[in-house]
Design a protein around this ligand. Sequence first.
Ligand SMILES: [Zn+2]
Length: 436
Amino acid sequence: MRWPRITTVVLLLTTVSIHTSLAQDKLAAKTVKAVRFGKLWDGKGKVLTNAIVVIDGGKIRTITTDASSIPAGAETIDLSKYTGLPGLIDVHTHMTFYTDETPGVPLLKQLANPVPAVEVFLARKGAMHTLEAGVTTVRDLGADQYMDIAMRDLINRGEMIGPRMFVCGYGLYITNTPYKPGLNPPAGGIADGVPEVLRAVRQQIAAGADVIKMYGSTGTDDDITGFETYTFEEMKAAVDTAHQFSKKIAIHSYGPDGARDAVRAGADSIEHATDMDDATIREMAKRGTFYVPTIDHNRYYIDNGDKIGYAPGYKERLQAFIPRNLETARKAHKAGVKFAMGSDAIYTMFGENTRELGWFVKAGMTPEQALRTATTNAAEVLGKEKELGAVAPGYLADLVAIEGDPLADINVVLNNVKWVMKDGAVVVDRRGSPAR
Ligand SMILES: [Zn+2]
């Protein structure tokens, strides 16, 4: 049979060239680099003019303004036209729900029955768009069939280019399967009652999850209902089990009731949460619970709902939800609640991850406070505040170059990412290209 043989030869050649380039990448990451920025915001509140970041392998060795201290033989990268920032972190994505745009086919239909291997392969495009937005790390909050674990591991091995992923496997949710004739095994992640919640949390940890996700209310996509689904006792059981294994837990709640019980149960972050009452907001500030309001994802749904395939009427519903979401964020910010940037990116939203920062400024943050939600604060959400979210000695060498001054205008972060480094390797170089 000739045809398979030819295929084999082609595959072998491809494999060889991929291995060569990966080996070269690894070699490149071992060299010492000196990256010069016109201005550098280090994530911890310092701004340096004419900064030089010296990188050794995948880590930052020093930050200096003295050109004579660049080690001999270092590869110099001149970004003196730009402002440097730490690699950004998006704490709420769904990387494996990536869909390309097949013309004429609603995005929801394209995702109806994904074969995991195909879906993970396609998701590399969304991963690349995410890097292009300056996001070098994500917390991925919900995937099917452990595609998130596969993707995280492929990226960590250098076999796929994408942001560093911290993943949750299946998010926990209550029974919600409509009747269908025949045998219907429950989908992964379904758990009702304390014993099943314990089992489901332990299952995600055993599968290799970095973090636990629980859906504490209804509401997703064009559905903005926010009925509490889990009881306080079920949430408490999930939180305690996650913490017992040193894992953090994110609890989704569109409405105020799920958020109130999630905060009291000790969740580390509350996702979406609109219309939270003052007592819950005060409790979050007191406990240090992070708020990830994901305001921009409804804007994305409004802009793309027809393409996605939502039933008519979604625009009005979602449009009414956004001001309530923003108002809750404004109240929470005023009350001293800690925020982290989460886009809830899904479908074709990858690359728009940082638009959330624009909403944060509308909610009353300074551009610098907004930037912290995607750097130091987000690193704290991951429990990685000594490795990620700042440009400092010993931190992972994740850097972004922006055209313009992000401390004066947050929009330059959304539109003018020019260059991105992850783990000491350049992953995006758009110098010379127009604004995105
Ligand atoms: Zn989500």
